[in-house]
Design a protein around this ligand. Structure first.
Ligand code: ISJ
Length: 432
């Protein structure tokens, strides 16, 4: 998995230079992945469903093969495990099968998001262009039987390309912040061409294309530790240049792929991100739990940054456990969710979490720490205490013996952020 763009000197704020440096490093990942895929034949059978697919030879998988090609199945299962392990918790990762991606069992990331919430996902286009334009251009026609290795290389290419083009969102966010007024005018006028002109930097693109060509020519050379026998009557210079012209991949191809596919897709994503940059965030409730057809419909209708909230399970909640103070502090949102009369005070939020974890029809108002300790609890809603509310708890340290304790200077700050932090409503994952 490629690393994420690092902020300048760890400042937390991404700069255009950080992003360009990161896109530059991704060039290596993409070029090496293309070289690896070019090593195998086109192997069209891994891209077919049903007749003529890899599955045909397997009785166990013939039903599956009607629905998915070998590559689609490989990619879907790869994403499933990566999703569980938190890959798609990162805002610079976008799945190819968003509707089938399970939530991670890791706790949500506590760091603030850099992007405006959005659901921009160009992976259907990435997949289409990869299969119909990239693979036929880099692989020799035919079938060499290396289905697993080819699909494996495809997944590395696809995920790297997807990451590259979706970085258009981060690039657009930085450009927006740098020229807020100019972008705001164009966004309000829905001036797509104007946005495209403003965000385009031709000099950066030209340099990138020259660099990609040079990298592909350098990394793609066949390098042998055994000198090739020189043809009779040839000079030493002839032999050296003959060896240097043997490439694993035509160096023109990565450059063309960048010029015709990757840069245009990145810029389309930049424009689409900007067009929704000023929209108000709204929450759309759908019949949950996640995975219903209703989620599919909501994703189809609302694809511009709305927060989709699974709502069926709220109806099935018979009890909301928490500490009495927390129940009071969260009253406003509990009332909105019709849960006010289901409150059951217990000794602590941790006890509430424990009880919710044991009862599929119970929810609890809990801290992030409790969520980490009960990975089978699913978050229904963050920030239950309401926007802007700051609840503080005072901790007293008491001792039988009079002693002078020296605290770590950061302790007060840590305690403050712990106790003023958001409270989440969580339900047992088994809640129907
Ligand atoms: C990504 C950027 O935005 C645009 C897209 C580029 C690309 O896809 O490589 C390069 C320059 C810009 O025209 C950027 O400015 O770096």
């Amino acid at each position: 998995m490629a690393a994420t763009a690092a902020t300048a000197a760890g400042s937390g704020e991404l700069s255009l230079q950080d992003l360009r440096d990161y896109l530059l490093r991704l060039e290596e990942t993409i070029i090496f992945a293309l070289i690896e895929r070019a090593h195998f034949a086109r192997n069209d059978r891994i891209y077919r469903r049903g007749e003529g697919s890899v599955w045909e030879a397997s009785s166990t998988h013939s039903a599956l093969g009607q629905q998915y090609s070998f590559l689609e199945y490989f990619l879907r299962e790869t994403e499933r495990i990566q999703a569980l392990l938190g890959r798609y918790n990162a805002e610079d990762e976008n799945p190819f099968f968003p509707a089938l991606t399970p939530s991670s069992f890791l706790p949500p990331r506590s760091s603030a998001n850099f992007l405006k919430p959005n659901r921009i996902n160009y992976n259907a286009k990435v997949l289409d262009q990869y299969l119909n334009e990239i693979v036929p251009s880099i692989c020799a026609a035919g079938d060499d039987g290396h289905y697993g290795s080819s699909a494996d290389a495809d997944i590395i290419c696809l995920q790297a390309i997807s990451k590259r083009v979706h970085y258009g969102k981060q690039v657009a966010e930085v450009k927006f912040r740098e020229q807020r007024e100019a972008y705001t005018q164009l966004i309000r006028a829905r001036d797509t061409d104007g946005l495209m002109r403003l965000l385009t930097n031709q000099a950066v693109e030209d340099r990138l294309l020259r660099r990609v060509r040079l990298k592909a020519a350098t990394y793609g050379q066949e390098i042998s530790d055994v000198p090739r026998p020189a043809p009779p009557n040839s000079t030493a210079t002839d032999a050296a240049s003959a060896a240097a012209t043997a490439f694993k991949i035509d160096p023109d191809l990565p450059e063309r792929i960048y010029r015709e596919l990757l840069i245009p897709l990145t810029k389309d994503i930049e424009v689409e991100y900007l067009l929704q940059r000023l929209d108000e965030q709204c929450t759309v409730a759908y019949l949950g739990p996640p995975g219903t057809h209703c989620l599919r419909a909501a994703q189809a209708c609302f694809s511009q940054g709305e927060d989709l909230l699974a709502c069926d399970s709220i109806d099935n909640i018979t009890k909301v456990y928490s500490h009495a103070n927390v129940l009071v502090e969260c009253q406003a949102l509990l009332a909105d969710m019709n849960l006010s009369d289901k409150c059951v005070p217990v000794a602590s939020t941790a006890e509430g979490a424990q009880r919710a974890a044991e009862d599929p029809h119970a929810a609890a108002l809990v801290s992030e720490l409790a969520l980490e300790m009960h990975p089978d609890l699913r978050v229904l809603r963050h920030d239950m205490q309401g926007a802007g509310a700051e609840n503080r708890t005072r901790f007293l340290i008491i001792s039988r013996h009079l002693q002078l304790y020296v605290f770590r200077p950061s302790a007060a700050e840590q305690l403050y952020s712990l106790t003023s932090h958001s409270c989440s409503a969580a339900v047992h994952i088994g809640c129907a």
